[in-house]
Design a protein around this ligand. Structure first.
Ligand SMILES: Cc1cc2nc3c(=O)[nH]c(=O)nc-3n(C[C@H](O)[C@H](O)[C@H](O)COP(=O)(O)OP(=O)(O)OC[C@H]3O[C@@H](n4cnc5c(N)ncnc54)[C@H](O)[C@@H]3O)c2cc1C
Length: 504
């Protein structure tokens, strides 16, 4: 139920993995309301989206043309540490060169701390700075020279997925506003009652109705566990702005620029930029937030005549995501804030786990639900810790917003920070399958924000300075080769619009 990015992604993954005409196939029906629009934001994805799109059988060239999509190679964080103009660091999508093989962080701190950690260990920040694409025109669809995800138009993406689901994957599409839920005698959902088309019966109901969580939240009363005491942002002002010129460069990363009471995202699509100020209503008024957004636009070549769209949300996640024969995926399962763009990645992870662990009978439904709830409670907790890390390490002191962040650190994160004073984050800290943020991501943020181990460094493994230096040289040499060989983002996107990418 629900035809936003979440509903159509889940429908596509289930229908592609379990074709209705195959043995023990599934019949997937998606009902969406003609009266309730989709949220229409959510323009940044992770590299996981490449696997998802390939798996559901779309052409990458069609996807990029029809969804106004561009390449995303990570995030660039501006003014998060001191607030100064030269306060910049990257969280790229590629792992540091030689990650896991040598203690890069230790050597960086000992001998190279004057260079930002990601700039030393990875070629990708340099590609971003030079506006380079992550592949060449001859690289096949979905293959990468440098790991990448996408920036896309959320409205066009939902329509693109809908067409693919209906025309290629056999998903039945029902346009109807659900007005009631019919309960079965055992308490399960038996059917959804549509305003015009009657009852829709089913075995498993997936609530993708966005922030209202019509089934899991409203019908089953599964509460949202609020997280505003940890991550304060609950509002956003979003605008879409044209480029100053037709050939303006297209950024290859999401820019996140810290503000007095939040931060501003800046996402480059082929035909426009999507920009938004995420902020805490407890710390500033809408007028102040709009003033900061206007200042940002004025300084970055944006227009002055804007009418931002305001979005509000209650940061939190459901106490359970799967209850009886109903599960919530997408905004109905929870939403914290868009920093690090993890919402669609959680949708993909949820659909993947459901698809792989799809209960064959009602008898195993409860067990599947327990396993799913355990896996995703853990993932939401890690997302919260990871997002909070960005605020906790900031040294900004220009508003109570930042000091309040440093005074509300969850106990688990505080423990990890104490450990990391003596050793780098490792795979032992994040050992589950499909960790949302692997230890390399934690390192990129920690060291990007200048976190150092205690002087003298705690317990050290054998000295591998030589190995680390070799990897730093390798990253530098790859940087030179890739800068010379890769087209700019705009050049490659223009090429794809005209000629497409080769298929394998
Ligand atoms: C400010 C902001 C920025 C974001 N940025 C990012 C980002 O960069 N990256 C990212 O991954 N995510 C981002 N997100 C999250 C992302 O927007 C969502 O995860 C994504 O769009 C999925 O939304 P959804 O499909 O769950 O809900 P929606 O898009 O709200 O869809 C809800 C659907 O439910 C249907 N519906 C509702 N009621 C009924 C009814 N009674 N009967 C029938 N149908 C009904 C509606 O018609 C609609 O089709 C952002 C979110 C916000 C708020």
């Amino acid at each position: 139920m629900g035809g936003g990015s979440a509903g159509w992604l889940v429908a596509a993954i289930l229908a592609a993995d379990h074709p209705a005409d195959g043995p023990q196939g599934l019949q997937v029906t998606l009902v969406e309301s003609p009266d309730v629009p989709i949220i229409g934001v959510g323009e940044g994805t992770w590299p996981t989206m490449r696997d998802t799109l390939r798996r559901i059988g779309v052409s990458e060239s069609d996807f990029m043309r029809e969804c106004d999509a561009a390449f995303k190679q990570g995030s660039r964080f501006n003014r998060w540490v001191s607030g100064a103009a030269d306060d910049v660091y990257f969280h790229p999508f590629v792992l540091p060169q030689g990650y896991g093989d040598a203690n890069l962080a230790e050597r960086w701190q000992d001998a190279h701390a004057h260079v930002p950690f990601a700039d030393l260990t990875s070629f990708q920040p340099h590609l971003c700075v030079h506006g380079k694409a992550p592949k060449q025109a001859s690289t096949p669809e979905f293959a990468a020279v440098a790991n990448y995800g996408y920036h896309l138009d959320a409205g066009k993406f939902a329509r693109f997925l809908r067409q693919h689901c209906v025309e290629k994957l056999g998903v039945r599409h029902v346009l109807d506003h659900v007005v009631a839920v019919q309960a079965a005698p055992n308490g399960d959902i038996a059917a959804l009652q549509g305003a015009t088309q009657g009852a829709l019966a089913g075995d498993l109901f997936i609530d993708c109705t966005g922030l209202q969580a019509r089934l899991l939240g409203q019908h089953f009363d599964v509460p949202l566990l609020p997280q505003k005491h940890v991550l304060f942002n609950d509002c956003a002002l979003a605008v879409q702005v044209p480029y100053p010129a037709e050939d303006s460069p297209i950024a290859s990363q999401t820019s996140s620029t810290a503000q007095r009471n939040g931060w501003i995202w800046d996402i480059g699509l082929p035909t426009r930029r999507g920009i938004g100020h995420v902020y805490s209503s407890a710390h500033c008024s809408d007028d102040e937030a709009e003033r900061d957004l206007r200042q940002y636009l004025a300084a970055s070549g944006g227009p002055a005549d804007i009418s931002p769209r305001k979005l509000t949300f209650e940061p939190g996640y459901r106490a359970r995501f799967w209850h009886r024969n109903c599960m919530a995926i997408g905004l109905s399962a929870g939403f914290i804030e868009p920093l690090e763009a993890s919402a669609l990645a959680l949708v993909e992870l949820s659909a993947n786990m459901l698809s792989e662990e799809m209960p064959a009978t009602h008898g195993t439904m409860e067990l599947a639900a327990r396993r799913f709830n355990d896996a995703f409670r853990y993932r939401w907790e890690r997302v919260i810790d990871f997002l909070k890390l960005h605020y906790v390490l900031s040294k900004r002191s220009d508003s109570p917003y930042w000091s309040d962040h440093r005074e509300s650190v969850p106990a688990g994160l505080r423990d990890m920070l104490a450990l990391w004073r003596h050793r780098q984050p490792s795979r032992h800290d994040f050992g589950r399958a499909d960790e949302v943020f692997p230890s390399a991501s934690w390192q990129y943020i920690l060291y990007g924000m200048g976190f150092h181990s205690a002087p003298g460094g705690g317990i050290r493994r054998r000295d591998n300075a030589q190995a680390a230096d070799n990897y730093f040289r390798e990253a530098a040499s790859l940087t030179q080769r890739m800068l010379a060989a890769l087209p700019t983002n705009r050049e490659l996107l223009d090429h794809i619009r005209r000629h497409g990418l080769p298929t394998i």
